[in-house]
Design a protein around this ligand. Structure first.
Ligand code: PFF
Length: 516
């Protein structure tokens, strides 16, 4: 089976694919705002510390598990763990759930690209006789379930064709062109953004400690504990960890490649792109708000509204060049979304592709990818039609719950996000750390990393982090996510997360057979 299993053509190609997976919507619409709100450099510092002590460690572990077993997530976990055989299923369910909303968001991006393209060609404001606001465009789009589903389908078709092309012929080839193109377009948008009058206010929001409050963007800074949860959750999602994607890509990587250096490169590139994305979008959004008399605390700088309301307004106010910059920007976002989505789809399909290869049924990648795409699209239908809760079919409405409801039932996107990014991701990472650190041994990974000759510093650092730091940090992230999605008293969610950690730690250590 080893011989006909796919692999990347080069280490550069692997890096572009892994960075492509990491760089996605999360970088553009989450990181910059969270950074600004949480005190700029304070957030960046916490983020970087977590990225080094936990993100990097989990990245190395996933790549090593994949490469060592040369298997997809489900089989990889079954091969290495008695107690945690089933984590692999989390690493199939989570990417599936993420795809149900990622595909819809990809569809929105396609719609905005088309819109800017149409404006570039026809000057639509002349036809309508007035400037169309981002808010009006967004709500009109959401209120059109048919259009949203159509573009979701289109996004899925693009991703499907790429994944059907294979690991090196599809995924690698797309990323080798797409990622450098994305970086170049980002630079163009940054130059335009920073040359708008009042752009400095946005830069201050992102980088000057305390400016988010002093400048009137927010009323109250978050406390350090919640920064830890937010930064950890953002870092994990942004690095595509604990979703099977990185493990799957690792399983296609050559034995001779350096896992630690590769992981450092991926974490570094993802963080740099997140900061660059911030410099591209926040100053423009803030400047445009100020220049049009909008109070800064009313400018949406986070989530879908940043991308589809605030930034569309920026382009609309830019005059003739606006649609051109709009087109470049949404194309850049589209590349980021596709390169992440294909890694999620690969993580899901790889299991069945491998199964058929093992059974001697040959390479059924095309058929399996089509089936995976159909399933995702079917589940994405509800998210697309829901229109972020605006069409009254959100979970709370279906359950007949009225008034203000917790986020996870407020719309179908949040519902899917809650179980994947909210629960499966931090829990999966926590259990993976316990499995490697305590059920098996850190040596399992270290041997794969260094083929027996890793540096002793890295070995100590890795052991410390995988055994102690990662599980505890993941408990904070889990609590932070539950606070965000479920609401209610924070203390309840902290208690539950740490109880889960204690329970699983006991389960792992109890009755363990010593490895060496
Ligand atoms: N890292 C992507 C982002 O920042 O948008 C999202 C993602 C992709 C998460 C792939 C997980 C994954 F496996």
């Amino acid at each position: 089976m080893e011989n006909n299993r796919s692999s990347f053509g080069s280490n550069f190609g692997f890096l572009m694919a892994a960075i492509g997976s990491a760089v996605g919507l999360g970088n553009i619409w989450g990181f910059p705002y969270k950074m600004g709100r949480s005190g700029g450099f304070t957030f960046l510092l916490v983020y970087l510390l977590l990225a080094v002590f936990v993100g990097l460690i989990i990245m190395v572990s996933e790549l090593a598990l994949g490469r060592m077993t040369r298997m997809s997530p489900i089989d990889a976990y079954q091969a290495v763990s008695k107690k945690y055989k089933w984590i692999g299923w989390l690493a199939i369910a989570a990417p599936f759930l993420v795809m149900t909303f990622y595909a819809v968001l990809g569809g929105y991006v396609l719609q905005y690209m088309s819109l800017n393209l149409a404006e570039l060609s026809f000057d639509l404001s002349n036809i309508y006789g007035q400037q169309i606001t981002g808010a009006a465009t967004f709500s009109a789009m959401l209120a059109n379930p048919f259009g949203c589903f159509f573009f979701t389908l289109l996004f899925m078709l693009i991703c499907m064709v790429i994944v059907m092309g294979g690991v090196s012929g599809g995924i690698e080839r797309f990323n080798k062109i797409g990622m450098p193109a994305l970086a170049a377009m980002l630079v163009v948008v940054i130059v335009r953004s920073l040359t708008l009058p009042n752009a400095a206010e946005g830069l201050k929001f992102m980088f000057v400690p305390g400016y988010a409050i002093k400048g009137g963007f927010i009323d109250q800074a978050p406390d350090l504990i919640s920064v830890l949860g937010t930064a950890g959750g953002q870092m994990f999602f942004s690095l595509s960890l604990a979703m099977g994607a990185i493990l799957t890509y690792g399983s296609y990587l050559g034995r001779e490649e350096n896992l630690v250096n590769n992981s450092i490169t991926i974490v570094f590139a993802d963080t740099v792109i997140a900061i660059m994305a911030g410099i591209a979008v926040i100053p423009a959004a803030v400047a445009n708000g100020i220049n049009n008399g909008i109070p800064v605390n009313e400018i949406a700088l986070n989530g879908p509204k940043l991308l589809f309301v605030t930034l569309q307004d920026v382009f609309s106010h830019m005059g003739h060049a606006g649609p051109l910059f709009g087109l470049i920007f949404y194309l850049l976002v589209l590349l980021a979304a596709i390169s992440s989505a294909i890694s999620l789809m690969e993580a899901i399909g790889a299991h069945w592709i491998d199964k058929d290869l093992q059974a001697g049924k040959g390479d059924n990648r095309k058929k399996i990818t089509i089936n995976v795409s159909i399933l995702i699209t079917a589940a994405a239908l509800i998210v697309a039609v829901d229109g972020l809760g605006s069409n009254h079919i959100h979970p709370a409405a279906l359950l007949g719950i009225q008034g203000s409801v917790p986020d996870f039932i407020a719309d179908w996107l949040d519902f899917m996000d809650c179980w994947s990014e909210g629960i499966a991701m931090p829990l999966g990472a926590m259990l993976m750390a316990l499995m490697i650190g305590w059920e098996r041994s850190p040596k399992l990974i270290l041997d794969e990393v260094g083929h027996g000759n890793h540096s002793s510093f890295f070995a100590k650092f890795y052991t410390l982090c995988i055994r102690y730091v990662a599980p505890v940090v993941m408990a904070f992230v889990l609590a932070g996510q539950m606070i965000g999605f479920f609401g209610g008293p924070d203390i309840l969610w902290y208690a539950l997360s740490f109880a889960a950690l204690a329970g699983f730690a006991f389960f792992t250590i109890n009755g363990r057979e010593k490895e060496e």
